[in-house]
Design a protein around this ligand. Structure first.
Ligand code: ATP
Length: 232
């Protein structure tokens, strides 16, 4: 579905992502694991069209999207979840309606009912403005919005950041749920808990792919254990 070929990208003249090549197949979830400053956000934004690509190629559904604007990439089915995508002055339900407007499949009330089964805590907030939500509730809203939008490719940038360990495990569970619904995902994280819902893992360091492998290969790699699981 997504093919990233030898991309270099960054800000101004500053190259952050260097010669990155990987692909994401239909229904697969690929995890990009990296510490602070590894270039995860820059890589995801390069794919979604928010960061300039200096060279290399990105193909989505066999079409070259390297030079497409972000909104055209979004129209073709790439959704990057960012908390900025939540409208603070609108209610939780109105935010969900906007997300759903990208989905042509069925009826909003039916889909809302389904989504609330997965995110029951949002029920109490449906008529409350999104600005009143806590960080964790915002993350849940943005994941619920992703479910409603049904993108072809969902890009999640550090869904666990700033959350308590308990909430992180719930977000991992919700990401697993999105995967079960057949949504293809590309997730960037420094929290290795997300390995459990990934099919493949890419370890990014200083804008370069350091390792790439199956979930078990990466989870059993000593370097990865030391860096991300703090196992000596
Ligand atoms: P974190 O986990 O801390 O969010 P990350 O892996 O997502 O880190 P990036 O945010 O992609 O990393 O940052 C990679 C590098 O790019 C860093 O050195 C950062 O200083 C630099 N960078 C990020 N945004 C900009 C920008 N707008 N202009 C210039 N440099 C930037």
């Amino acid at each position: 579905m997504l093919k990233v070929e030898h991309i270099y990208s960054g800000y101004g003249d500053l190259k952050i992502i260097k010669d990155v090549t990987f692909d994401v197949n239909n229904n697969e979830s690929v995890l990009i694991l990296g510490l602070n400053g590894a270039g995860k956000t820059t890589l995801l934004k390069s794919i979604a069209g928010f960061v300039k690509i200096f060279s290399g190629k990105i193909l989505f559904d066999n079409k070259d999207i390297t030079d497409l604007d972000a909104y055209r990439r979004a129209k073709s089915g790439i959704t990057m979840i960012m908390e900025q995508a939540i409208f603070p002055d609108l209610t939780v339900k109105e935010n969900m309606e906007i997300a759903y407007s990208k989905n042509t499949k069925s009826n909003f009330n039916k889909e809302l009912e389904d989504v609330l089964k997965s995110f029951p805590e949002l029920k109490a907030f449906l008529n409350i403005k999104a600005q009143a939500l806590s960080g964790g509730q915002r993350k849940m809203l943005s994941m619920a919005m992703a479910l409603l939008a049904r993108p072809k490719l969902l890009i999640l940038d550090e869904p666990s950041s700033g959350l308590s360990p308990l909430l992180v495990s719930r977000i991992v569970k919700y990401a697993g749920l999105l995967k079960e619904k057949g949504i293809t995902m590309l997730i960037a994280e420094q929290n290795p808990s997300f390995i459990e819902i990934a099919d493949r893992v890419i370890v990014l360091e200083s804008g370069i792919i350091k390792l790439m492998g199956t979930t078990s290969e990466i989870a059993n790699n000593n370097e990865v254990k030391k860096t991300f699981f703090q196992v000596a």
